[in-house]
Design a protein around this ligand. Structure first.
Ligand SMILES: O=C(O)CCC(=O)C(=O)O
Ligand SMILES: [Fe+2]
Length: 322
């Protein structure tokens, strides 16, 4: 299996040898909970265009951005609004974001908010974001079928349990400002957290900052173990960084890891595009038969995806109105 400079595996989505790809994904998810995805079908030029459009939004005056402030978990989240490590001491994460939610069906898609179309510098903003959402969702679906194979399940397993029928998939544009705050002791771009859902597909802009906690916890139940040892997750041109979320960890009874990660401020402005592919609201996430036995009983009770997500989002925004 190909390895990147920081030893994370590289998975080639275009490989025709699905069995070998699924085996590589299995090993990556057991060992790291993180891997790179290459040849996913989205051109580098297209990714660059999405980053350019994202930058245009964050460059707007804050009053303009607040016109689409987060409602129903869609829209703009200002600096310090979210705190991913809800128990941490900081006042909030030093980043701003913009959430775009599911677009299938009128009832879902009409909840999305868009920056004013009248803004002449952003004529193709909405169509670019819609196009990115569609493309990255397609990549996520292809990956989900390989993950099913990696778990010795049939390829369409996640469709069959209803996870991928109208998935709760959120695209989040992120902007980490470059300046460092000298006044506050503990400031993170994104404080330590694991993602909540199934899988996250992340596009980065080449500015460092993302770190993951690989060494300290060999299995997920040791997330609380200290000290945490953080490793940089480097950017690879054109590659997506994929990581496993907590619901996948629950499905697999901790066979696959949802690894803690964070974004450190480096003094350099940074942008990223995080796509959280989470199961349909009504999908019940429960230990897969292939992942439990008498010796290894289920570690978590079954949970409805929508209830679990709501709980986690509430904790991250607990100092704010939701
Ligand atoms: O911006 C990044 O590189 C990571 C963001 C992240 O981990 C998150 O929003 O969950
Ligand atoms: Fe994350």
């Amino acid at each position: 299996m190909a390895k990147s400079p920081n030893f994370l595996p590289i998975i080639d989505l275009s490989s025709t040898d699905r069995v070998s790809t699924a085996n590589s994904i299995r090993q990556a998810c057991i060992d790291y909970g993180f891997f790179y995805l290459i040849n996913h079908g989205m051109e580098e030029e297209f990714l660059e265009r999405v980053f350019e459009e994202s930058k245009k939004f964050f460059a707007l005056p804050v009053e303009e951005k607040m016109k689409v402030a987060r409602k129903e978990h869609r829209g703009y989240t200002p600096l310090y609004d979210e705190k991913l490590d809800s128990l941490g001491r900081s006042r909030g994460d030093f980043k701003e974001g913009f959430y775009i939610g599911p677009m299938q069906g009128l009832s879902q898609s009409s909840l999305n908010q868009w920056p004013s179309e009248g803004n002449s510098c952003m004529p193709s903003w909405k169509t670019t974001m819609e196009s990115y959402y569609e493309k990255v969702l397609y990549v996520g679906r292809r990956l989900a079928s390989l993950i099913a194979l990696a778990l010795n399940l049939e390829e369409r397993f996640f469709d069959k349990v209803g996870a991928l029928h109208a998935p709760m998939a959120f695209l989040r544009l992120l902007h980490y400002p470059g300046e460092l705050s000298a006044l506050e002791e503990e400031v993170y771009g994104a404080s330590a957290h694991s993602d909540y859902g199934m899988i996250t597909l992340l596009a980065t802009d080449g500015v460092r900052g993302l770190q993951a906690c690989f060494a300290a916890s060999t299995i997920c139940r040791e997330k609380d173990k200290r000290p945490h040892i953080w490793e940089d997750v480097y950017h690879i041109n054109g590659a997506l960084i994929v990581n496993i979320g907590d619901m996948m960890e629950r499905w697999t009874n901790c066979l696959f890891r949802s690894t803690l990660h964070r974004v450190m401020p480096t003094g350099q402005e940074r942008y990223s595009l995080a796509f959280f592919m989470d199961p349909n609201h009504d999908c019940v996430v429960q230990c897969l038969e292939s992942c439990c036995s008498e010796a290894s009983p289920p570690k978590f009770p079954p949970v409805r995806s929508g209830d679990y997500l709501e709980e986690r989002i509430k904790a991250a925004y607990s100092s704010q109105e939701s």
